[in-house]
Design a protein around this ligand. Structure first.
Ligand code: GDP
Ligand code: IMO
Ligand code: MG
Length: 427
């Protein structure tokens, strides 16, 4: 059973990209299984600093196959731009392939993302406005266009003839916006089809063949578990289908769940969130601001540049995500960000309406009412960036990691102490 999954255990931006960049060493195929270019994965290695949105973070290993699976939504312009930028910087994309079944993001998805957000007013979700939510809605509503359609102009024309009038009716009648012109859209996407044709493959069968040959396949998650439509902080979630959870990985790649032997959950040593929705341990004060700005990679979104909301580690939410994903081992990232704090708080339970609970509430009204129960840990006030062995971490940092391990209920196998590939402690 040679497939393993890397997922985000919190609200995204846990450092999945940097972990995949490291763990790709153990795999011959690295495959993205969900989301779209709403994801932003930052990688710093011997080739430089990169922010990837669609291309898997295994791309820096020229001999490995990188696949964008059927579960991903593709904005062709963004993908082509990412490919060109990588090539310009000397990163080969000759082993990058895109699923023929992947959905295509069209310009009306982006327009609708913007308009729907505006219409939500105070209840806006704070989406990335990349159009990814509306594209997944169309996928499930059976109005989507797939990569394979771009390669067959007749098929594309037939699909667009069905879909575009409906989309234009929504734009014009509901939002008083401009309609999109058919031939212009058609021509642009036929052209995208020509440019992307060399990359399009039946990626699922590539993965199945590799698994049959006993090769290791890394399934790269995007977004965070608490943004999942089912498990997350609904309605302040993303619309990915398949889910960003580990359970979405086999669907988004085209293999069976029995092929997955390991689920690596990536967790930050504290919490962040971009966009709206409850966040029990959020620090809307100077401490939150220090968490945001401390260290070599301040907390600003890799996709939108928005400041990330910051707060102390939430043991309730994080343990919940270990359980819904079946995480077998965790990676704890950004420990170095806590280096200078004299004291560090950890949320080990919630108080809801006077009762202490350790479960993650299902409704936003309940989650907005919970108060975190904090325990205080002594800070280590020493630099950890150069530490490579767990036993060489300051004692207080070791006990902090061990306490988080207890709260998660799974082993912490890796701890990162800086954004670069080598800044990792493997236990
Ligand atoms: P992803 O979406 O899960 O791949 O995460 P992002 O790349 O969006 O955000 C994680 C940020 O943390 C990036 O800026 C990384 O370079 C940075 N990062 C990852 N690991 C560490 C670490 O151990 N220490 C520090 N200081 N930064 C890290
Ligand atoms: P990575 O892969 C952080 C959040 C948005 C918003 C909500 C819905 O980098 O961890 P969407 O555009 O998906 O409809 O927005 O989900 N969001 C993310 N937050 N990291 C991400 O991806 C995210 N992808 C979506 O901020 O709150
Ligand atoms: Mg990110």
């Amino acid at each position: 059973m040679p497939a393993f999954v890397v997922i985000g255990g919190q609200w995204g931006d846990e450092g999945k990209g940097r972990m995949v960049d490291l763990l790709a060493q153990d795999a011959s195929i690295i495959a993205r299984y969900s989301a779209g270019d709403n994801a932003g994965h930052t990688i710093i290695n011997h080739m430089g600093k990169f922010a990837l949105h669609l291309v898997p973070a295994g791309i820096f290993y020229p001999e490995k196959l990188c696949l964008i699976g059927n579960g991903v939504v593709i904005n062709p312009a963004v993908l082509l731009d990412e490919i060109h930028q990588l090539e310009e910087r000397g990163v080969s994309t000759k082993n990058l392939f895109v699923s023929d079944r992947a959905q295509v993001l069209l310009p009306y998805h982006q327009v609708l993302d913007e308009l729907e957000e505006r219409a939500r007013g105070d209840a806006a979700i704070g989406t990335t406005k990349r159009g990814v939510g509306p594209a997944f809605v169309d996928k499930i509503a059976r109005r989507g266009i797939r990569m394979a359609d771009l390669l067959e102009p007749d098929a594309l024309r037939a699909r667009l003839e069905q879909v575009l009038p409906e989309k234009n009716a929504v734009l014009v009648k509901l939002y008083d916006a401009e309609p999109l012109e058919f031939e212009e859209l058609f021509d642009a996407f036929v052209e995208f089809g020509c440019e992307l044709k060399p990359y399009v493959r039946d990626t699922s069968s590539i993965v199945r063949d590799a698994i049959d040959n006993g090769e290791q396949v890394l399934l790269e998650g995007a977004q965070g578990s608490l943004l999942d439509v089912d498990a997350g902080t609904y309605p302040f979630v993303t619309s990915s289908a398949p889910s960003p959870l580990a359970a979405g990985a086999p669907v988004g790649i085209g293999i069976g769940p029995t092929q997955i032997e390991r689920v690596v959950g990536v967790y930050k040593a504290y919490m962040t969130r971009v966009g709206a929705g409850p966040m029990p341990t959020e620090l809307d004060d100077e401490t939150g601001d220090i968490l945001r700005r401390e260290g070599p990679a301040p907390e600003f979104g890799a996709t939108t540049g928005r400041p990330r909301r910051c707060g102390w580690f939430d043991g309730v939410a994080s343990r919940y995500s270990v359980r819904v994903n079946g995480v077998t081992g965790a990676a704890l990232t950004r420990l170095d960000v806590l280096d200078n704090f004299p004291a560090i708080e950890v949320c080990s339970a919630y108080e809801l309406d006077g009762n202490q609970i350790d479960s993650f509430p299902p409704t936003m009204t309940q989650l907005s009412r919970v108060r975190p129960v904090f325990e205080e840990h002594e800070g280590w006030q020493a630099a950890t960036a150069d530490v490579r062995k767990f036993d060489d971490l300051p004692k207080q940092a070791q006990s902090y990691v061990k306490r988080i391990e207890e709260l998660l209920g799974c082993p912490i196998e890796m701890v990162s102490v800086g954004p670069e590939r080598e800044q990792i402690i493997i236990r």
